[in-house]
Design a protein around this ligand. Structure first.
Ligand SMILES: [Fe+2]
Length: 271
């Protein structure tokens, strides 16, 4: 469990925090142009920050039983297979370097963890090292550092300008869900275990959110937001069968989630 306190000092009337994960960079079915567009949007939005939800890389190399050479982009050469995951990590960082200084933290995904477990290469830390090196080289916000959010984190965000403080319970996530509704139900079960204003998980690849409002003493409304944070891995592509196609999973629209904080409080929408 990681505890992260993050204070946003900049003064805006509205703040955006994008939950960005499950890109599966390096898979043929990863929508790389869409990912680059979203990165550009975060880079150009002065009032945008982001949380990495894990599974940044597809990270499936040739000794993995899920490996299928048909599902790799044509740019990889046969000799690249020797160092595929590291190559994917560096390609990923080339895209994400410009928004490293806006990163609240990065969860580790199961695709990164598999590489650590089977090959003793902590590719998650390699990504963090690379993003921090870029910030150092660019002399970007010297007091900022990209940190790991591990598998699970409580993130306390404070925005003095709006006099707002809130807690996000955040995890890469685990297990399966056969529909957006079951994904949301699974997430909502975690409110019995953890106390927060926002609950969020990736991994299930659906992009769905909900909020619950209860009434407290003095008619004070207490809001809880639940976000399953989406993916950028297409279930189906023209040509080779993807992992999802072999299992006849549902096609899923690609998206991230966005938390919006303004004077009134917390909201969410698809990003
Ligand atoms: Fe994933």
């Amino acid at each position: 469990m990681i505890f992260r306190d993050y204070r946003i000092e900049a003064a805006f009337s509205e703040y955006h925090i994008v939950d960005f994960g499950d890109m599966h960079w390096g898979a043929l079915a990863s929508d790389e142009s869409d990912i680059k567009e979203r990165v550009k949007e975060i880079a150009e939005g002065d009032n945008y920050w982001w949380i990495g939800m894990g599974d940044y890389l597809d990270a499936i190399n040739y000794s993995d039983k899920r490996f299928d050479p048909n599902t790799l982009p044509e740019r990889y050469r046969i000799c690249d297979l020797d160092d595929l995951v590291l190559l994917q990590a560096h390609e990923f960082c080339d895209i994400f370097d410009p928004i490293a200084h806006k990163c609240i933290g990065l969860h580790s995904g199961n695709h990164e963890f598999t590489i650590q477990r089977l090959h003793q290469v902590n590719i998650h830390h390699e990504i963090i090292r690379r993003l921090n090196r870029y910030m150092r080289e660019q002399k970007l916000e010297e007091d900022l550092q990209v940190i790991t959010l591990g598998e699970m984190a409580f993130i306390n965000i404070s925005i003095p300008n709006l006099k707002k403080k809130f807690t996000i319970w955040s995890a890469h996530g685990t297990g399966r869900a056969s529909s957006p509704e079951t994904a949301l139900r699974k997430l909502k079960n975690y409110k019995r275990q953890f106390e927060a204003d926002i609950y969020q998980i990736g991994h299930l690849h659906y992009c769905v959110g909900d909020e619950e409002i209860s009434l407290a003493y003095g008619m004070k409304e207490v809001k809880k937001i639940f976000l399953v944070t989406g993916s950028f891995l297409k279930s189906y592509i023209e040509g080779p069968a993807t992992y999802a196609e072999r299992r006849i999973y549902s096609p899923i629209p690609l998206s991230a989630m966005e938390i919006i904080v303004d004077g009134e409080g917390l909201k969410f929408r698809k990003f």
